[in-house]
Ligand binder design. Structure first.
Ligand SMILES: Cc1cc2nc3c(=O)[nH]c(=O)nc-3n(C[C@H](O)[C@H](O)[C@H](O)COP(=O)(O)OP(=O)(O)OC[C@H]3O[C@@H](n4cnc5c(N)ncnc54)[C@H](O)[C@@H]3O)c2cc1C
Ligand SMILES: C=CC1=C(C)c2cc3[nH]c(cc4nc(cc5[nH]c(cc1n2)c(C)c5CCC(=O)O)C(CCC(=O)O)=C4C)c(C)c3C=C
Length: 555
């Protein structure tokens, strides 16, 4: 094997003593971190500390006595990519294979992701996003030209060298104003509930940014750079549920009875592995005691060797303040937005044009971000269930600080009256204001995250930052970041000598050999045996090191 260009070797003595790890936050990130800590090695003492009376964080479903389910947070998980396959493998490990419900790419929910535009010149009605090759060559409102014209524009547009820019400005430059105004603007609302003019292209679509910087054109760059696209992990591809998802061409999936059942299965699993779960215990502060960290709560203190924080960055910012005001300031710079959600139930099947739902571009005079047609994707008998989502980046501007639930319900009901012509009253509803529920990866986000992790390394804090504030807002990304942090904890436990290679100096094929760590798989990582030191050697790419806060932190 080629020599490492630089090496961060951590050769701790093989420690037999029980290490203690505190996982802060019992959202899906915290529960996944606890699961992988148990799964990837000899379990340390693991304590999950959760502020509220329940686990799951934003993953939250209500099941009524008649078995009707309302989802209040995430409802579907992506299948694609290593992170997507990893969550499917996790569901299988949790014994959920029979309860997983996949939606094939030919299902109307996967094909029809509509854009809502109320502009009179385009008819004030719902428009389907192009979902076939033919549609790309056809002029369809709200676009004034066939979308293929935007592809041609990308091939012609000159490259602009920059570190980062907004999603809107990137797409406007490369694909034209209509793709930015309708498609990208709406998509940003359907993932971040955010403003495409402020979100970072580098954090959201890093590969698109990178191929432009390298090749000048995005589409040409993607074509030329195919071999550098993230390789799928062949270990994950052999998992039964992943194979089923591929065979049946799933695009998204959920769990019977609601996504909260995924969280319940995780909770059961970690309890079986003797993880302590403290509920109703908000962590107030973290202080240092020698090499250890002490969590201070109103009830009791907890001294541990390692902390994996799965708290939202704005909360972690105040928890870490006494230990590092600088880290606290960095974390406080990541903004959050609030979303109002209203679940509505109607008798009968009322959706004329089935689909996943629709998104409203910010150029429309509408306080609603979009509407999800829940029962088109997962039917629940003879009823229609819709979720209307509103506010987000614009919450305060549209609703003030503290709108009443009745006012949000009124907005939701009149929205579906107008857009879907549903004139009857809902039979049942649920209104919630999800305060600061989604972090905004604004321009410069990756630098902030990198600086925060570099500071942790410089201060030699036994602390990892995990969760939706840092490396991706989707559930899959959160689970992957939890897995990476658990992997690192295993390394710190002294089981491995760890070497991080500079990708540039190695044949990528060597680096991309998948590794096996105690039967677990990591895509850009390998393990081998060092005969000199009689130890297993783990190595991984700087990308993994960056995502888990290693020393070679280059965004
Ligand atoms: C409306 C909405 C729709 C979404 N839709 C999708 C979707 O369709 N697909 C998808 O993949 N993702 C979706 N997401 C994103 C997904 O829900 C999140 O990425 C994920 O749930 C975040 O998990 P987490 O564990 O990082 O954070 P959280 O869920 O925020 O968990 C953090 C936990 O920390 C606890 N906590 C807070 N303060 C303290 C403290 N001081 N001490 C101890 N504990 C504390 C909280 O109570 C919480 O349980 C959606 C999000 C929202 C809001
Ligand atoms: C079509 C209507 C949609 C509305 C309204 C909507 C609201 C909404 N979504 C989030 C956060 C996320 N959504 C995610 C995935 C996702 N959302 C929609 C549609 C709507 N979302 C679709 C079709 C999908 C699946 C996309 C796919 O990959 O196939 C995700 C996960 C993204 C990921 O990386 O996997 C998040 C996060 C919020 C906060 C929100 C509120 C307005």
């Amino acid at each position: 094997m080629a020599q490492p260009h630089w090496a961060a070797a951590q050769l701790a003595g093989v420690e037999k003593m029980t290490r203690s790890v505190a996982v802060l936050g019992g959202g899906v990130g915290g529960l996944a971190a606890a699961h992988y800590l148990c799964r990837l090695g000899q379990p340390s003492r693991v304590v999950v500390v959760e502020a509220s009376h329940r686990l799951g964080g934003w993953v939250s479903s209500t099941t009524y006595p008649d078995q009707v389910v309302f989802e209040h947070g995430p409802r579907t998980l992506r299948v694609t990519g290593n992170a997507g396959m990893n969550t499917l493998a996790l569901a299988e490990d949790l014994g959920l294979a029979d309860q997983v419900r996949g939606i094939s790419s030919s299902h109307p929910s996967a094909r029809n992701r509509m854009l809502m535009t109320l502009m009179m010149q385009v008819g004030g009605k719902l428009h389907k996003l192009p979902n076939s090759l033919k549609a790309l060559f056809t002029k369809k409102p709200p676009f004034s030209k066939p979308l293929v014209a935007s592809a041609v524009r990308d091939l012609m547009a000159s490259k602009v060298i920059n570190e980062d820019e907004s999603l809107f400005s990137f797409v406007n430059r490369r694909f034209g104003p209509e793709v930015a105004k309708y498609a990208i603007d709406a998509m940003s609302r359907g993932i971040f509930a955010g403003n495409a003019r402020e979100l970072s292209v580098k954090s959201f679509a890093r590969r698109l940014h990178d191929v432009e910087q390298k090749h000048g054109s995005v589409l040409l760059g993607l074509l030329k750079d195919r071999k550098n696209a993230a390789k799928t992990d062949s270990n994950l591809e052999t998992r039964e549920l992943v194979k089923r998802a591929k065979r049946e061409k799933w695009s998204v999936w959920s769990v019977a009875g609601g996504l909260e059942n995924f969280v319940k299965a995780l909770e059961k699993n970690i309890l079986e592995n003797n993880v302590d779960i403290w509920k109703n215990v908000p962590v107030k502060r973290i202080v240092r005691n020698g090499e250890k960290l002490v969590l201070q709560t109103d009830k009791k203190d907890l001294e541990v060797d390692q902390v994996i924080s799965c708290l939202p960055s704005n909360i972690m910012s105040s928890v870490i303040q006494p230990l590092s005001p600088k880290l606290s300031t960095l974390l406080s710079s990541i903004p959050y937005v609030t979303v109002g959600i209203v679940n509505l139930e109607y008798p009968g099947h009322l959706i004329e044009e089935p689909g996943f739902g629709y998104l409203v571009p910010s150029s429309e005079p509408n306080r609603v971000l979009g509407v999800i047609y829940d029962t088109c994707t997962f039917p629940q008998g003879d009823r229609t269930i819709l979720t209307v989502m509103m506010g987000g980046y614009w919450f305060k501007e549209y609703f003030g600080n503290n709108p009443s639930h009745e006012s949000l319900l009124d907005v939701a009901v009149s929205e579906v009256q107008q857009s879907l012509k549903i004139k009857i009253k809902p039979k049942r509803h649920h209104v919630e204001i999800l305060r600061d529920c989604i972090s905004q990866y604004v321009v410069g986000h990756s630098e902030v995250v990198c600086s925060a992790r570099k500071l942790i390394t410089d201060l030699k804090l036994p602390l990892a930052l995990v969760g939706s504030s840092y490396d991706g807002v989707g559930v899959n990304d959160v689970i992957m970041s939890a897995k990476n942090a658990a992997f690192m904890e295993n390394i710190f436990r002294g089981n491995y000598m760890f070497i991080c290679y500079n990708l540039a100096s190695l044949n990528p094929d060597i680096v991309r050999v998948r590794g096996v760590l105690l039967g677990e798989e990591f895509c850009v990582c390998r393990l081998s045996f060092d005969v000199m030191t009689n130890r297993r050697i783990g190595c991984c790419s700087p990308a993994i090191m960056t995502s888990i806060g290693g020393p070679n932190c280059s965004p």
